[in-house]
Design a binder for this molecule. Structure first.
Ligand SMILES: Cc1cc2nc3c(=O)[nH]c(=O)nc-3n(C[C@H](O)[C@H](O)[C@H](O)COP(=O)(O)O)c2cc1C
Length: 210
């Protein structure tokens, strides 16, 4: 069995974190780097990540997240926030970054730029914001796998009132909205979920070969 399969069996959606155990700065930095390395459509990265440690803010967030204690008890709380819309200025920012990183001219990327702008213009505002939200779930998956590999516990979460979380995070009047939350830290020794067998359908049900 490969190391990553072991890690994926080890991880579980942690319900009870040990509030006394904190991630080191290096662990947090590595998890954020994993998030940064997430692949996205065209490479556009239409999201941002908010790391929340303020206990008072997390209490307020818990109150609009079905009082799920992971929000307050985990070492850190990460909000994965997706863009509501995308304008040509943002695409140009990305084009400039490619040009700088790869030491090429922006002119040589004109066709790529036009293709991205065409694809964005071809979507409805709702379609575009759904699309950026879907991209943000790739980041959530990357975070979960990276955390498991580092023996750091996490709980992917959608159980919250998005508009209230947006208000609390000061996002309402920005181009971002919360897509998912992910508390990260270390499981409490008495989290009953830790010893539960993983429930997954067998491959025969999930995979088709053609
Ligand atoms: C997008 C997403 C949202 C979830 N939201 C919550 C949540 O709000 N609260 C919670 O306790 N678990 C939440 N879960 C955890 C799932 O219930 C859990 O991942 C699933 O039951 C599989 O179990 P495992 O992750 O322990 O293997 C969520 C999982 C995902 C992927």
């Amino acid at each position: 069995m490969t190391k990553i399969i072991d890690a994926l069996n080890w991880r579980y959606a942690t319900k009870k974190f040990d509030a006394t155990k904190k991630l080191t700065d290096v662990q947090l930095k590595d998890l954020l780097e994993a998030l940064r390395l997430t692949p996205t459509s065209y490479g556009l990265q239409p999201y941002k990540f908010i790391v929340i440690t303020d206990p008072a803010l997390r209490e307020k967030m818990k109150a609009v997240s079905w009082n799920q204690v992971q929000i307050t008890d985990a070492s850190h709380l990460i909000a994965i926030c997706s863009m509501k819309s995308m304008d040509p200025t943002y695409v140009d920012l990305f084009i400039a970054d490619i040009a700088k990183t790869r030491s090429i001219s922006t002119d040589s990327l004109k066709d790529y730029r036009d293709m991205m702008l065409g694809s964005i213009a071809g979507q409805t505002p709702e379609g575009l914001s759904d699309w950026t939200k879907r991209q943000s779930y790739i980041a959530l998956g990357t975070l979960l796998v990276a955390a498991a590999d580092m023996k750091i516990d996490a709980c992917p979460m959608e159980g919250f009132d998005g508009s209230k979380i947006d208000e609390l995070l000061g996002l309402t009047t920005t181009n971002f909205r919360v897509a998912s939350l992910c508390p990260i830290g270390f499981r409490a020794s008495d989290d009953a979920m830790a010893s539960m067998k993983k429930v997954r359908f067998p491959l025969e049900l999930l995979v088709e070969y053609k």
